[in-house]
Each structure stands twice: as structure tokens, then as C-alpha cells.
Ligand binder design. Structure first.
Ligand code: OGA
Ligand code: MN
Length: 292
């Protein structure tokens, strides 16, 4: 008699979204995964840019422990190494806000770009979610770069962007400059690195030229074809690659409660562009989804 084999039913399932980035991972409780499973998760993260795990209920400690599997955690304040865990929330208790970011829109950005070494990863875990609003969207900056005309790629390869303090992420410190195109340390692919729409300028161009080029790049980079929008449920954990995507959050009603835990992971090195950037192949995830 043929024995039913479970060999093909792995302990992890990766379900890519039908858009240019994102995948849901089903692997049971995140507290219990072993190193082999984590290696698959890490690869899925590099391939899909953002991963969603449903139905987790992590304590602060387990949340930080899971974050630490991606690398050492980064504090959001340069001066305070104890601030690795953040609460993103509009809720106040006794008139005091329990977290950051309020209920308003958070415009497109990457996290902590004004730092010399912005984080490689950011994680959010949903504790309380309003019945509507507060969705978070992610846009794929590999495909944004890969779909630019070659003469423009050549021009961008020599440019750097000055980032001042963003109004939208918990951060301190001013004005690191980073290449406008960065070659990802782990995937080896190039991504646009726009950081924040406001308070940035291209160092090598006169201000009006910088503004025109940035306006064009922002319109291009946030087109709906490159975006995955996440509608939160309580228990969701989302981890994204901060080096190759932008994200934004929609506003929600001020009288609704929204509470998420947030942490971020140190990058191995500051953003840089490889000497042979123009010769590098594109990242497959977004190109495949838009049929290129
Ligand atoms: C942030 C952020 C997204 C959200 O805190 O930097 O982007 O969904 N938050 O609250
Ligand atoms: Mn953010």
C-alpha cells in the first residue's frame, strides 16, 4: 500500500501577492520557528521586499526577538540605545500619548533616511486596528529604477540626495546624504532611494533642476502598478526591506484606536552604489509582475 507522504507539505508556505511586491508567509507561531525555516523567511523577504504573517500574538519581548533574527535592532534616537521598541499609536491615556504618529496620513517615505546608516528592515505588529482607514502601502523601488530609460539611469548614477530630518518617522539627527540609486548589499540589485518627498535636494544640481527631477521620480516611483496596499488585521506582523521600498499610511478617524509595535534592524553598511551599477541585472519580483 502506498504510504501518504508529507514530504512535499513543508512547514512554511509563501504566497506572493498579485502585485509588484509582498508575500504572505504561513509558518505557524513565529516564536517557534527554527533556523532552517528562518533562512527561508529571510530569502522570501529579499525576494518579495515585504512579508506578512497573520494571526501572531507576540509579546513585546517575542516581537523584538523575531526582529533580532534579521540583525541587531536599531534605536530610533541616535542618543538613546534603549529605544528599540516603539509604539505607533494615536491613543492617549490620561491625556498622554502612548505612542507616535497620531491618526493622520503618513506620506511616502523610507524610515530614518536622515541617518548615516538607515535601517535595513522595519517591523510592525498590529495590536489594535480601526474598522476602516490606516492601511499601509508599499512601493517597489527596484522596479521603479529598472523601468527608467537608460540615459536617465546613467545620469542618476552620479547623483546624491541630501536628507534632512523627516517629519514622518521617529528620528533625530540631520541631513545624511545618500546615493539616489543604491545597490542592495544582499540582492546586488539597484533601487531608487528617494527617502522622503520633502526636505530633500540633489547635491549636484541647482535647486530648480533638483526639484523638477525629484518631482518626476516621485510620480514615477509611486505609480499604482508598483504598489501593494495592506489592510491590517489584529495579529498581523509585517516586515519590510527599508532599502528598496517606500511606504505610506492612510489617515483614520481620530476617535478610533490604532496600536502597533514597531522596531527596526541595523543595516550592514550605509547605502552605496556599486561601480558597475549600470551593468547589474534588475530585481525579478516587480519586473515579473508588470510583465517585463
Ligand atoms: C512609521 C510608519 C506605518 C503605519 O511609523 O514610520 O511608517 O502603518 N508607520 O503606521
Ligand atoms: Mn515608516
Amino acid at each position: 500500500m502506498t504510504q501518504f507522504s508529507h514530504e512535499s507539505i513543508g512547514p512554511i508556505e509563501i504566497i506572493p501577492a498579485a502585485t509588484a511586491l509582498g508575500a504572505e508567509v504561513r509558518c505557524g507561531r513565529l516564536q517557534s520557528i527554527d533556523d532552517t525555516i528562518f533562512d527561508e523567511i529571510r530569502q522570501a523577504w529579499l525576494d518579495n521586499l515585504v512579508l506578512l504573517f497573520r494571526d501572531q500574538a507576540l509579546s513585546d519581548t517575542h516581537f523584538l526577538e523575531f526582529g533580532r533574527r534579521f540583525g541587531s535592532l536599531k534605536s530610533a534616537a541616535a542618543t538613546d540605545s534603549s529605544r528599540q521598541l516603539h509604539v505607533v499609536s494615536n491613543v492617549s491615556v490620561d491625556g498622554l500619548p502612548i505612542g507616535i504618529q497620531g491618526h493622520g496620513e503618513i506620506v511616502w517615505h523610507s524610515d530614518m533616511v536622515s541617518f548615516f546608516k538607515p535601517p535595513a528592515a522595519s517591523l510592525l505588529h498590529a495590536i489594535e486596528i480601526p474598522p476602516s482607514g490606516g492601511d499601509t502601502s508599499f512601493s517597489n523601488m527596484y522596479v521603479a529604477y529598472d523601468t527608467l530609460p537608460r540615459p536617465l539611469k546613467r545620469k542618476l548614477a552620479g547623483l546624491t540626495l541630501k536628507h534632512e530630518v523627516s517629519l514622518n518617522s521617529a528620528e533625530s539627527g540631520t541631513g545624511a546624504s545618500h546615493p539616489l540609486v543604491c545597490t542592495h548589499l544582499e540582492t546586488g540589485c539597484n533601487a531608487l532611494f528617494l527617502g522622503s518627498r520633502f526636505n530633500t535636494c540633489i547635491n549636484e544640481l541647482p535647486r530648480h533642476e533638483s526639484d523638477i527631477l525629484l518631482e518626476f521620480l516621485w510620480l514615477h516611483a509611486t505609480q499604482p502598478e508598483f504598489v501593494w496596499r495592506h489592510r491590517w488585521r489584529v495579529g498581523d506582523l509585517v516586515v519590510w526591506d527599508n532599502r528598496c521600498l517606500l511606504h505610506r499610511r492612510e489617515s483614520f478617524a481620530a476617535n478610533e484606536r490604532r496600536i502597533l509595535l514597531r522596531t527596526q534592524v541595523e543595516a550592514g553598511a550605509p547605502p552605496r552604489i556599486a561601480a558597475d551599477a549600470l551593468e547589474r541585472p534588475g530585481h525579478q519580483r516587480g519586473l515579473a509582475s508588470i510583465g517585463r
